[in-house]
Design a protein around this ligand. Structure first.
Ligand SMILES: *[C@@H]1O[C@H](CO)[C@@H](O)[C@H](O)[C@H]1NC(C)=O
Ligand SMILES: *[C@@H]1O[C@H](CO)[C@@H](O)[C@H](O)[C@H]1NC(C)=O
Length: 406
């Protein structure tokens, strides 16, 4: 084709796409209709950490039923974005609350502190049970939504929390945790953190991905029906996980590496594995992962959503804000009340059909969760019993203080 017809073709395309762009009013209506018809599932929120760190874990100090924007404990807090009025304004349908304790607790009291966080999540879910419903299943998310409540779910952030013991992993599942992120910012003896992918971090690979015991951890998570979360996981371990896991996986709060080359973000070649395994990337709002800088806008976040939708498909993208865990938020996505604005912005583009917006909001995550439950049931039907391997003591190096043997 010569240049002139090509330019004409391009102009026609531009004219067509701008002509069919939805009006802001129509986009708003569509966004609200979508969020009223399917639960908006956010993959990661650190409210429990803030209640622990700023309110001594005591709900008496923070009434989540109030707009806490100007609460004395929350004022001056750069990373306090959540309360019930704002979740309601944000039309949130389900939240995976992070049960988090930092890497400094590894080999020390990580498991105990993780239980503290789980306890906080259960207490606030119970205290505000007109607004929250604590659930542990894919169907439970729908049940809560149909009752007009926000489904409360637990995700354990960091494999260090299980203290190298399958017993503790199983007990986390039994108290209701439904995902475990394999790492935070440290290696565990069995899985390398994404920090190893950044030479400047000073963290060196320990296993070049997963150790043999790490592969057992993944199989036990499959058997239990626990979602494997690859946020914070090294690229090598991500790729190995797609080979080991029988079930699809999630990235509970990660964005696109092609748009911001931070080690926490997902590379395009890995997005192909996300697609082929029927998995999901839930987009993080942290400015340092969105624009690789201290500022970003809601449009920048929409660009990440669009990139993942373009590369992996509309079936493989979701929302994982990381609110309450990030001290820098995009302009226009200031707290948990702003999600409808993001859906409105996306809905301006008619490629975001209502069906696609429903997938983004919650259907994709619920599909992955259902697949994880199905794999659990299949493994039970195959007679697969709990994995009984202990981590080889040699894998612990000098960190054997918490290793009592059995
Ligand atoms: C919460 O309070 C802040 C400060 O008064 C206000 O700007 C915001 O609109 C309120 N949000 C909701 C959802 O009530
Ligand atoms: C383990 O401890 C020994 C003895 O204290 C020390 O020489 C060695 O460097 C330590 N190894 C590591 C990996 O820290």
């Amino acid at each position: 084709m010569s240049l002139l017809p090509r330019i004409i073709q391009l102009l026609v395309l531009v004219a067509l796409s701008s002509a069919t762009r939805r009006s802001p009013e129509e986009a708003r209506l569509i966004a609200e209709r979508v969020l009223e018809s399917v639960p908006l599932v956010d993959g990661h929120n650190d409210l429990a950490m803030n209640i622990r760190n700023k309110a001594a874990g005591q709900l008496a100090n923070v009434d989540l039923s109030q707009n806490l924007t100007n609460h004395p404990l929350w004022v001056g807090c750069g990373n306090c974005h959540t309360d019930i009025p704002r979740l309601r304004a944000g039309m949130v349908g389900a939240q995976f609350w992070s049960a988090f304790t930092g890497c400094t607790t590894q080999y020390r009291d990580a498991a105990q502190k993780t239980l503290d966080a789980i306890d906080i999540i259960k207490r606030f879910s119970q205290k505000h049970n007109n607004d929250f419903k604590f659930v542990t299943t894919a169907q439970g998310i729908w049940d809560a939504f149909n009752e007009g409540k926000i489904a409360s779910l637990i995700g354990v952030e960091g494999g260090h929390s299980m203290d190298n013991r399958l017993a503790i992993l199983r007990q986390f599942y039994d108290v209701g945790a439904r995902y475990m992120t394999l790492n935070h910012v440290c290696n565990t003896p069995w899985c390398d953190t994404s920090n190893v992918d950044d030479p400047a971090s000073g963290v060196l690979p320990n296993n070049n991905g997963l150790s043999d015991f790490g592969r057992i951890v993944l199989q036990e998570m499959n058997r239990l029906g626990m979602l494997i979360d690859l946020a914070h996981v090294s690229k090598a371990a991500q790729i190995q996980t797609f080979q080991v896991s029988r079930a699809p996986v999630i990235y509970s709060h990660s964005s696109a590496y092609a748009l911001c080359d931070h080690h926490r973000n997902v590379h395009d070649d890995v997005l192909q594995l996300v697609k082929s395994s029927n998995s999901i990337v839930m987009v993080n709002f942290y400015t340092w992962y969105v624009t690789c800088s201290s500022t970003a806008t809601i449009q920048d976040v929409a660009d990440h959503v669009n990139h993942i939708a373009n590369v992996a498909g509309f079936d493989h993208v979701g929302i994982g804000s990381d609110f309450d865990g990030i001290e820098r938020v995009p302009e226009g996505l200031n707290d948990v009340s702003f999600y409808p604005d993001l859906f409105t912005l996306l809905a301006l583009d008619p490629a975001w059909t209502e069906a696609n917006l429903r997938k983004l909001a919650g259907e994709n995550l619920i599909r992955v969760f259902t697949d994880v439950e199905r794999v659990r049931d299949e493994m039970a039907a195959e007679g697969i019993t709990p994995f009984e391997e202990n981590i080889p003591v040699g894998d612990l190096g000098n960190n054997t203080a918490c290793y009592g043997g059995y």
